[in-house]
Write a protein of this length. Structure first.
Length: 59
């Protein structure tokens, strides 16, 4: 039975486009960009943000 549930879960997750993990930030959270700090809601795809070195935001 456990193998069946594991297999069912595997197939269910294999055919979904939803991310399995994501980060969630409160409005107003400041993020360091290449031009200074910006509120998270102003960050756009392609902006460079500080992570482990400056990295572009991707979808």
């Amino acid at each position: 039975m456990k193998k069946f549930i594991a297999l069912l879960l595997f197939f269910a997750l294999s055919f979904t486009s939803l991310p399995l993990a994501y980060a969630d930030f409160a409005n107003g959270t400041l993020v360091q960009t290449e031009v200074g700090f910006k509120p998270i809601e102003q960050i756009r795809v392609g902006d460079l943000v500080q992570a482990q070195g400056f990295q572009p935001i991707q979808l």
